[in-house]
Design a protein around this ligand. Structure first.
Ligand SMILES: Nc1nc2c(c(=O)[nH]1)N[C@H]1C(S)=C(S)[C@@H](COP(=O)(O)OP(=O)(O)OC[C@H]3O[C@@H](n4cnc5c(=O)[nH]c(N)nc54)[C@H](O)[C@@H]3O)O[C@H]1N2
Ligand SMILES: Nc1nc2c(c(=O)[nH]1)N[C@H]1C(S)=C(S)[C@@H](COP(=O)(O)OP(=O)(O)OC[C@H]3O[C@@H](n4cnc5c(=O)[nH]c(N)nc54)[C@H](O)[C@@H]3O)O[C@H]1N2
Ligand code: SF4
Ligand SMILES: [Mo]
Length: 803
């Protein structure tokens, strides 16, 4: 293994010592963004040193870890404490998950050695035996070769995974290997916002789900939020949770937060919670539109100038004369002949009729008004329709393109657009929706463009036969219906070989044929252009916090070794580059275009670099100023309230009738309030929880103690079942059963159960399959949404009983 690019002891000492991401604690060397001081002298082993690195998981923030290291171990983690924390001078402060991460990183349960499925064990039993790296790499390489030769390039798949999201590395080392050896089947969309991407695409002509940033909020304005809790989902110091709370005080905002549970964002000053039945936001939006239109509050001038399909006059030729406009639909002259009155919506949403009327009036009277949605309202079986139904509100009010407004999508973000490690070109063009990988294993021969959203091909050829799962837990834990995924994965005649590379034995890892122990981003050289801040561009320069331990190996090095076995080593490593070489090259290329940023050496020394108060993003500002010169990327160049593309999809795709329409509309979806029964009378909805980032960090005991897992229930539902606060309950439906503690609270709307997503599945899969880990994906359904073929993971019906 002579020429393997590897971080050996010598290079380790060089990169931490000579480049000196070290500063004596309490010594003269101040740390942080402004430090360009002299390199510290090398420190004796037992002295404490500071090593900078960053959080790399997918929480939507990217925070500084200032690690205090002694004797090869992190003793504690501080964060960015430079700057005042003001809007103009933000801090990339870590949340409790980041600050306590040494307990995760240095956990005794870490994967330390390569392993293979134990002799005689069935796939999914979770029995492994230790093997050498040579055996692991030889086996993977020969299976890659065999499967590719037998089934073709399209049989190779790299699974959706977000464990290493932040930074230039991610899973592209695996992508590059697959590309250099013939290509692989890819996916489009994400578990995060697949539905919203579709809504956005057919409305504004861009797949991104982001509008204006909170940094643009104005004094005394009204903010209306649907399905959004940035205080819980953007928890870093430069995240949108902090910005919103800051702006609420600084600008005296009034916030209305619409959510079936009173989330932590709704639980603050000047903030009103409007409870809504889960999955019904589009009905509320339609009734708000009804009030706006019938009271003459619609901004007709705006609608005529910038939008297609609001009324008969602005419909495209293909739709004229059919009562197909949005106005027809809302007022009751459209295809369903139902006026979308507050009384109509109140029955569906459980929001009182008067509150709907008042809300419409408040939105009309406010100027500006900032209307936004998170991803909660769209992660449903009707999410694409819901996304568009919310987006139409600022269009009706003409509240787009000026300071303090938003276009109805999620609040925006900012960061340095640094390129990642280059994955290269993929010879396979066919794409599947991210959610349908299980179908591409189970019944690929049935999947077409019209029934399964296959893109760039009419149908699939082989389906997935080789699966690489790098830094992801979406084979089971994070994907819908774990009991179903289990059946799909254990069948070795379908997917013939599975490689997992992780840092813990997760539920997904149990299905590996070969299991590889990774080094984390903090244990290697790393670099991130912190892409999710509200108002700050930043770079964090990660240095390995301590030497490599056990036989863990970084994914780049692993893929380079596989490349060697597959005959593409030189191309893969570009003539023998190490991870550090690539990182520096990517940085220098970036610096050539951004000369204001520090040199690599200075960056490493100071740990991070910040450019504050940048990027005041106001959605569609240019388009509104001059729509002819700056058309949108939609087919018409305008905002498409009526989309001819959607009309075509409705008429040609293989769809449940009524699930796709060209205008924003309400469709209840499956597993909705309409489906509840005596057997399953409750709506079970998940949410993203502060104790972990999905399943990552969920094994950090100290945070779980601070924020335990509860199923929230309303006192009325709990009383009816004899359930008291703190009782263990079983939550179940046709898919499975979990055990979890009950939290009886009026913050939960009646008729609902709220379960934090990301808990670790813990069931005897050859026995009763009861999940004592309380993972909500034991209860979710493996059925895609109509348009984007996405995860309807917040739409579930079921029942609760005392355990
Ligand atoms: N702490 C923490 N932060 C995270 C993550 C994490 O796991 N933990 N995950 C990160 C990732 S990858 C993502 S994609 C984002 C996710 O961000 P989101 O998808 O926005 O988060 P959710 O918690 O699913 O939903 C936000 C809110 O919507 C509510 N909601 C659910 N259904 C409905 C509905 O039908 N109508 C309305 N009005 N509200 C509804 C939920 O109760 C919740 O309070 O968060 C990111 N940040
Ligand atoms: N029911 C329900 N399910 C959901 C959601 C929901 O709201 N409800 N949300 C969905 C969303 S938005 C998302 S983004 C997905 C997220 O799903 P995943 O992308 O699977 O995210 P995690 O569960 O965090 O899994 C990341 C894995 O990476 C591993 N990891 C962390 N660091 C490293 C590293 O340095 N190297 C390696 N090799 N591995 C590492 C962790 O141990 C963990 O196993 O979940 C989706 N699932
Ligand atoms: S989990 Fe998110 S908010 Fe917390 S430290 Fe990491 S990046 Fe920051
Ligand atoms: Mo996500």
């Amino acid at each position: 293994m002579q020429d393997m690019p590897s971080m050996n002891r010598r290079t380790f000492v060089k990169s931490t010592g000579a480049l000196g991401a070290l500063a004596a604690v309490g010594g003269a060397a101040a740390t942080g963004a402004n430090l360009f001081g002299a390199t510290e002298p090398a420190l004796a082993e037992s002295e404490e040193k500071i090593v900078y690195t960053h959080c790399a998981v997918n929480c939507g923030c990217c925070c500084v870890w200032k690690c205090h290291v002694r004797d090869g171990e992190i003793k504690y983690i501080e964060s960015d404490n430079t700057g005042s924390g003001d809007f103009a001078d933000p801090q990339m402060r870590a949340c409790l998950r980041g600050r306590s991460a040494r307990r995760w990183l240095q956990n005794s349960e870490r994967l330390n050695y390569p392993m293979k499925r134990a002799e005689g064990a069935k796939r999914g039993e979770g029995k492994f035996e230790r093997i050498s790296w040579d055996e692991a790499l030889d086996t993977i390489a020969s299976e890659m070769k065999r499967i590719r030769e037998t089934y073709g390039d399209e049989s190779m798949y790299l699974q959706y995974a977000s464990g290493v999201t932040m930074g230039i590395w991610g899973s592209s080392p695996v992508g590059r290997l697959l590309n250099l050896t013939g290509g692989y089947l890819t996916y489009y969309g994400t578990y995060s916002n697949g539905q919203l991407m579709r809504s956005s695409y057919y409305t504004y002509g861009e797949a991104g789900g982001y509008g204006s940033n909170y940094h643009t909020l104005q004094d005394n304005e009204l903010v209306v939020m649907f399905g959004s809790s940035p205080v819980e989902t953007r928890m870093g110091g430069t995240g949108q949770g902090n910005s919103l709370v800051y702006a609420r005080e600084k600008h005296n905002l009034r916030i209305i937060n619409i959510d079936p549970r009173m989330n932590d964002t709704a639980a603050g000053d000047n903030t009103e919670w409007i409870p809504i039945r889960t999955g019904t936001d589009a009905a509320l939006a339609a009734a708000l539109s009804y009030e706006i239109i019938s009271n003459g509050w619609a901004d007709e001038e705006f609608l005529h100038k910038y939008c297609v399909g609001y009324d008969e006059e602005t419909l495209p030729e293909s739709a004229k004369g059919k009562n197909a406009s949005y106005k027809d639909y809302i007022l009751g002259t459209g295809y369903d002949m139902t006026p979308k009155t507050p009384a109509w919506a109140s029955k569906i949403t459980q929001v009182p009729e008067q509150r709907i009327k008042d809300l419409a009036r408040e939105m009309h009277e406010a100027d500006p008004v900032f209307i936004t949605q998170g991803y909660g309202s769209q992660r449903h079986s009707n999410g694409e329709a819901t996304g568009r139904a919310i987006m139409v509100l600022p269009q009706l009010l003409g509240q787009i393109g000026k300071p303090g407004t938003n276009d109805g999508r999620r609040e925006n973000k900012i960061g340095f657009a640094m390129s990642g490690f280059p994955a290269g070109k993929n010879a396979v063009k066919t794409q599947i929706p991210f959610f349908l990988w299980y179908k591409a294993i189970e019944e690929p021969e049935t999947m077409t463009n019209l029934n399964s959203g296959i893109m760039k091909a009419e149908k699939l050829q082989s389906g997935i036969k080789f699966l690489f799962n790098y830094a992801g837990n979406a084979l089971t834990n994070q994907h819908s219906d774990i009991n179903h995924s289990h059946e799909v994965l254990i069948d070795e005649s379908k997917c013939e070989f599975i490689v997992c590379c992780d840092v813990f034995m997760t539920d997904s890892c149990k299905y590996a044929d070969i299991l590889l122990p990774d080094l984390t981003s903090q244990e290697q050289v790393s670099l991130v252009g912190a892409p999710y801040n509200d108002n700050l561009k930043a770079i964090i320069y990660g240095q390995p916090v301590y030497e490599e331990k056990f036989e863990r190996r970084g994914i780049y090095e692993v893929c380079a070794e596989l490349a060697k076995r597959l005959g593409v080593y030189d191309e893969y490593t570009d003539g023998g580059k190490t991870r550090e070489d690539w990182t520096k090259k990517i940085y220098e290329d970036f610096r050539a275009k951004n000369p204001q940023i520090p040199t690599w050496e200075d960056g490493v020394r100071q740990g991070f670099y910040k450019e504050a108060r940048v990027g005041e993003l106001i959605a569609h500002q240019k388009f509104i100023a001059d729509p002819e010169a700056n058309p949108l990327k939609t087919p018409s160049g305008k905002i498409e309230i009526y989309s001819e593309d959607l009309a075509k999809i409705r008429d040609t795709w293989d769809l449940e009738p009524g699930s796709v329409e060209p205008i924003p509309f309400f469709y209840p979806g499956f597993e909705s309030y309409q489906d509840i029964s005596e057997e399953y009378p409750l709506l079970i909805q998940g949410y993203h929880y502060k104790a972990h980032t999905h399943s990552s960090y969920a094994n950090n005991q100290i945070v779980q103690e601070a924020a335990p897992h509860f199923a929230w229930m309303n006192p009325a539902d709990a009383d009816a079942r004899g359930i008291k606060d703190g009782d263990t309950v079983k939550v179940f439906n046709d898919r499975g059963e979990i055990r979890i503690l009950a939290k009886v609270t009026p913050r939960a709307m009646p008729g609902h159960v709220f379960i934090p997503q990301g808990s670790w599945h813990d069931a005897d899969m050859s026995g009763d399959r009861i999940d004592y880990g309380g993972c909500i994906n034991t209860l979710t359904i493996a059925k895609p949404t109509p348009l984007g073929k996405c995860n309807p993971q917040h739409s579930n019906i079921g029942q609760v009983e005392k355990a």
